[in-house]
Ligand binder design. Structure first.
Ligand SMILES: [Zn+2]
Length: 247
Protein backbone atom coordinates (compact mmCIF):
# COMPACT_ATOMS: atom_id res chain seq x y z
CA UNK A 1 0.00 0.00 0.00
CA UNK A 2 1.32 3.41 -0.99
CA UNK A 3 1.72 6.39 1.30
CA UNK A 4 -1.83 7.21 0.58
CA UNK A 5 -3.71 9.80 2.49
CA UNK A 6 -6.99 11.01 3.62
CA UNK A 7 -10.69 10.88 3.70
CA UNK A 8 -12.59 14.02 4.51
CA UNK A 9 -16.24 13.87 5.19
CA UNK A 10 -18.54 16.81 5.06
CA UNK A 11 -22.21 17.36 5.59
CA UNK A 12 -23.14 19.67 2.82
CA UNK A 13 -26.84 20.07 3.13
CA UNK A 14 -30.04 18.57 4.37
CA UNK A 15 -32.49 16.30 2.68
CA UNK A 16 -35.93 16.26 4.18
CA UNK A 17 -38.27 13.35 3.55
CA UNK A 18 -41.96 13.46 4.30
CA UNK A 19 -42.06 9.67 4.20
CA UNK A 20 -40.22 9.42 7.52
CA UNK A 21 -40.68 13.03 8.57
CA UNK A 22 -36.98 13.31 9.12
CA UNK A 23 -34.00 15.31 8.02
CA UNK A 24 -31.07 13.39 6.61
CA UNK A 25 -27.52 14.38 5.84
CA UNK A 26 -26.38 14.08 2.26
CA UNK A 27 -22.78 13.19 2.88
CA UNK A 28 -20.00 13.85 0.37
CA UNK A 29 -16.44 12.59 0.71
CA UNK A 30 -13.15 13.91 -0.57
CA UNK A 31 -10.39 11.36 -1.03
CA UNK A 32 -6.79 12.33 -1.63
CA UNK A 33 -4.46 9.73 -3.11
CA UNK A 34 -0.88 10.26 -4.37
CA UNK A 35 -2.05 9.59 -7.91
CA UNK A 36 -5.07 11.91 -7.83
CA UNK A 37 -8.20 12.88 -5.97
CA UNK A 38 -11.78 11.69 -5.92
CA UNK A 39 -14.96 13.40 -4.82
CA UNK A 40 -17.57 10.80 -3.90
CA UNK A 41 -21.04 12.35 -4.02
CA UNK A 42 -21.91 15.90 -5.00
CA UNK A 43 -24.90 16.45 -2.72
CA UNK A 44 -27.72 18.89 -3.26
CA UNK A 45 -27.47 21.57 -5.94
CA UNK A 46 -25.66 24.68 -4.64
CA UNK A 47 -28.14 26.76 -6.61
CA UNK A 48 -30.92 25.72 -4.19
CA UNK A 49 -29.14 27.72 -1.47
CA UNK A 50 -30.94 30.77 -2.85
CA UNK A 51 -34.37 29.17 -2.64
CA UNK A 52 -36.37 29.98 0.41
CA UNK A 53 -37.64 26.74 1.97
CA UNK A 54 -35.57 24.61 -0.42
CA UNK A 55 -36.52 22.76 -3.59
CA UNK A 56 -39.26 20.11 -3.69
CA UNK A 57 -38.89 16.73 -5.38
CA UNK A 58 -41.28 13.87 -6.11
CA UNK A 59 -44.40 15.95 -5.55
CA UNK A 60 -43.16 17.25 -2.22
CA UNK A 61 -42.08 13.83 -0.85
CA UNK A 62 -38.59 15.18 -0.34
CA UNK A 63 -37.09 18.61 -0.03
CA UNK A 64 -33.57 19.79 -0.71
CA UNK A 65 -32.44 22.45 1.72
CA UNK A 66 -28.96 23.87 1.16
CA UNK A 67 -27.41 25.80 3.99
CA UNK A 68 -23.77 25.81 2.97
CA UNK A 69 -22.69 25.24 -0.60
CA UNK A 70 -20.37 22.45 -1.69
CA UNK A 71 -18.12 25.01 -3.33
CA UNK A 72 -17.61 26.75 0.03
CA UNK A 73 -17.07 23.47 1.88
CA UNK A 74 -14.37 22.45 -0.57
CA UNK A 75 -12.74 25.88 -0.39
CA UNK A 76 -12.65 25.52 3.37
CA UNK A 77 -10.53 22.36 3.08
CA UNK A 78 -8.30 24.01 0.46
CA UNK A 79 -9.62 22.20 -2.60
CA UNK A 80 -10.50 24.06 -5.78
CA UNK A 81 -13.23 22.66 -8.02
CA UNK A 82 -10.94 22.36 -11.04
CA UNK A 83 -8.26 20.42 -9.17
CA UNK A 84 -10.31 17.27 -8.59
CA UNK A 85 -9.22 14.38 -10.83
CA UNK A 86 -12.29 12.18 -10.49
CA UNK A 87 -15.87 12.70 -9.41
CA UNK A 88 -18.23 9.83 -8.80
CA UNK A 89 -21.68 9.38 -7.34
CA UNK A 90 -23.31 6.18 -6.11
CA UNK A 91 -26.22 6.82 -8.47
CA UNK A 92 -28.07 9.55 -10.36
CA UNK A 93 -30.81 10.47 -7.88
CA UNK A 94 -30.95 14.24 -7.43
CA UNK A 95 -29.69 14.29 -3.82
CA UNK A 96 -26.37 12.93 -5.16
CA UNK A 97 -26.04 14.68 -8.52
CA UNK A 98 -26.83 18.26 -7.51
CA UNK A 99 -23.36 19.62 -8.18
CA UNK A 100 -22.03 17.37 -10.94
CA UNK A 101 -22.24 20.40 -13.21
CA UNK A 102 -19.57 22.22 -11.18
CA UNK A 103 -16.70 19.88 -12.05
CA UNK A 104 -15.86 20.68 -15.65
CA UNK A 105 -12.26 19.38 -15.51
CA UNK A 106 -12.91 16.07 -13.73
CA UNK A 107 -13.52 12.62 -15.13
CA UNK A 108 -16.88 11.34 -13.96
CA UNK A 109 -17.10 7.64 -13.10
CA UNK A 110 -20.44 5.87 -13.57
CA UNK A 111 -21.63 2.33 -14.30
CA UNK A 112 -22.81 1.66 -17.84
CA UNK A 113 -26.37 0.80 -16.74
CA UNK A 114 -26.65 4.13 -14.89
CA UNK A 115 -25.43 6.08 -17.92
CA UNK A 116 -27.82 4.21 -20.23
CA UNK A 117 -30.76 4.93 -17.92
CA UNK A 118 -29.73 8.53 -17.30
CA UNK A 119 -29.25 9.40 -20.97
CA UNK A 120 -32.06 7.19 -22.29
CA UNK A 121 -35.49 8.43 -23.28
CA UNK A 122 -37.05 8.38 -19.79
CA UNK A 123 -34.66 9.47 -17.02
CA UNK A 124 -37.64 10.51 -14.88
CA UNK A 125 -38.79 6.87 -14.85
CA UNK A 126 -35.77 6.23 -12.59
CA UNK A 127 -36.45 9.42 -10.57
CA UNK A 128 -33.36 11.07 -12.06
CA UNK A 129 -33.10 14.83 -12.55
CA UNK A 130 -31.71 15.17 -16.08
CA UNK A 131 -30.97 18.88 -15.66
CA UNK A 132 -28.38 18.07 -13.02
CA UNK A 133 -26.14 16.03 -15.30
CA UNK A 134 -27.14 16.76 -18.90
CA UNK A 135 -23.91 18.70 -19.59
CA UNK A 136 -21.42 16.15 -18.25
CA UNK A 137 -21.77 13.39 -20.84
CA UNK A 138 -18.38 14.00 -22.48
CA UNK A 139 -16.61 13.72 -19.13
CA UNK A 140 -18.03 10.32 -18.24
CA UNK A 141 -15.77 7.30 -17.97
CA UNK A 142 -18.14 4.36 -18.19
CA UNK A 143 -17.49 1.45 -15.83
CA UNK A 144 -18.48 -2.16 -16.39
CA UNK A 145 -18.50 -3.54 -12.85
CA UNK A 146 -15.97 -3.21 -10.04
CA UNK A 147 -13.10 -0.81 -10.70
CA UNK A 148 -9.79 -0.38 -8.87
CA UNK A 149 -9.30 3.35 -9.45
CA UNK A 150 -5.60 3.77 -8.71
CA UNK A 151 -4.59 0.21 -9.41
CA UNK A 152 -3.38 -0.47 -5.87
CA UNK A 153 -6.55 -1.69 -4.16
CA UNK A 154 -6.93 1.38 -1.94
CA UNK A 155 -9.91 2.95 -3.72
CA UNK A 156 -12.31 0.56 -5.44
CA UNK A 157 -15.71 1.27 -6.92
CA UNK A 158 -18.00 -1.73 -6.40
CA UNK A 159 -21.08 -2.25 -8.50
CA UNK A 160 -24.16 -2.80 -6.30
CA UNK A 161 -27.28 -2.34 -8.44
CA UNK A 162 -30.91 -2.47 -7.37
CA UNK A 163 -31.68 0.92 -5.87
CA UNK A 164 -31.04 2.16 -9.43
CA UNK A 165 -29.85 0.18 -12.50
CA UNK A 166 -26.16 1.01 -12.00
CA UNK A 167 -25.89 1.89 -8.31
CA UNK A 168 -22.36 1.56 -6.89
CA UNK A 169 -20.52 1.83 -3.58
CA UNK A 170 -16.92 2.72 -2.72
CA UNK A 171 -14.46 0.48 -0.85
CA UNK A 172 -11.57 2.37 0.76
CA UNK A 173 -8.61 0.63 2.36
CA UNK A 174 -6.99 3.24 4.58
CA UNK A 175 -3.57 2.57 6.16
CA UNK A 176 -4.61 3.38 9.74
CA UNK A 177 -8.37 3.32 9.85
CA UNK A 178 -8.63 0.18 7.75
CA UNK A 179 -11.47 -0.61 5.38
CA UNK A 180 -14.51 1.64 4.97
CA UNK A 181 -17.36 1.11 2.53
CA UNK A 182 -19.17 4.29 1.49
CA UNK A 183 -22.53 2.71 0.87
CA UNK A 184 -24.33 5.30 -1.26
CA UNK A 185 -28.03 4.49 -0.95
CA UNK A 186 -27.62 0.71 -0.72
CA UNK A 187 -29.33 1.36 2.61
CA UNK A 188 -30.85 4.71 3.43
CA UNK A 189 -30.79 4.25 7.19
CA UNK A 190 -29.57 1.77 9.80
CA UNK A 191 -33.08 0.30 10.08
CA UNK A 192 -32.94 -0.70 6.41
CA UNK A 193 -29.75 -2.64 7.04
CA UNK A 194 -31.16 -4.43 10.07
CA UNK A 195 -34.31 -5.51 8.27
CA UNK A 196 -32.68 -5.99 4.86
CA UNK A 197 -35.45 -4.06 3.21
CA UNK A 198 -35.50 -1.81 0.22
CA UNK A 199 -35.23 1.81 1.18
CA UNK A 200 -38.26 3.94 0.36
CA UNK A 201 -40.61 3.49 -2.54
CA UNK A 202 -38.26 4.25 -5.37
CA UNK A 203 -36.24 1.02 -5.59
CA UNK A 204 -35.66 0.08 -9.22
CA UNK A 205 -35.18 -3.69 -8.84
CA UNK A 206 -35.77 -5.36 -5.48
CA UNK A 207 -34.25 -8.73 -6.48
CA UNK A 208 -31.05 -7.10 -7.70
CA UNK A 209 -30.96 -5.09 -4.50
CA UNK A 210 -31.13 -8.24 -2.35
CA UNK A 211 -28.18 -9.65 -4.31
CA UNK A 212 -26.27 -6.42 -3.74
CA UNK A 213 -27.02 -6.55 0.01
CA UNK A 214 -25.38 -9.99 0.05
CA UNK A 215 -22.43 -8.97 -2.12
CA UNK A 216 -21.59 -5.97 0.04
CA UNK A 217 -22.17 -7.88 3.28
CA UNK A 218 -19.62 -10.48 2.16
CA UNK A 219 -17.07 -7.81 1.30
CA UNK A 220 -17.77 -6.08 4.60
CA UNK A 221 -17.09 -9.28 6.55
CA UNK A 222 -13.99 -10.19 4.59
CA UNK A 223 -12.49 -6.71 4.90
CA UNK A 224 -13.79 -6.12 8.45
CA UNK A 225 -15.05 -2.88 6.99
CA UNK A 226 -17.21 -0.18 8.47
CA UNK A 227 -20.24 0.35 6.26
CA UNK A 228 -21.03 4.04 6.10
CA UNK A 229 -24.70 4.60 5.43
CA UNK A 230 -24.59 7.98 3.81
CA UNK A 231 -28.03 9.29 4.86
CA UNK A 232 -27.82 7.83 8.39
CA UNK A 233 -27.78 10.74 10.85
CA UNK A 234 -25.89 8.82 13.57
CA UNK A 235 -23.05 7.95 11.18
CA UNK A 236 -22.77 11.59 10.25
CA UNK A 237 -22.88 12.77 13.87
CA UNK A 238 -20.08 10.46 15.00
CA UNK A 239 -17.81 11.18 12.03
CA UNK A 240 -14.59 13.16 12.14
CA UNK A 241 -15.24 16.58 10.64
CA UNK A 242 -12.77 18.81 8.78
CA UNK A 243 -10.08 19.77 9.50
CA UNK A 244 -9.91 16.24 10.97
CA UNK A 245 -9.88 13.34 8.54
CA UNK A 246 -9.44 9.60 8.29
CA UNK A 247 -6.18 8.09 7.05
ZN1 LIG B 1 -29.91 9.53 -1.60
Amino acid sequence: MGPFLALLSTKFSDLYSKENKKKFPTTCFYIQHPKGSLLWGTGLDDRYANLKGGKSFYGGMSKHIVKKTLRKKLEKIGVSLDSITYVSVSHLHPDHTGNLHLFKKSKILLQKEEVDAGFGPFPFFYFFEFNHYKNIKKQIQTLNGDYDLFNDGTVTIIKAPGHTPGHQVLLLRLPNKGAIILGGDLYHLKENQKNKISPFLITYDKKELQKSFLKIENIQKKEKAFLWIQHEPSHWEKALKPPLYYD
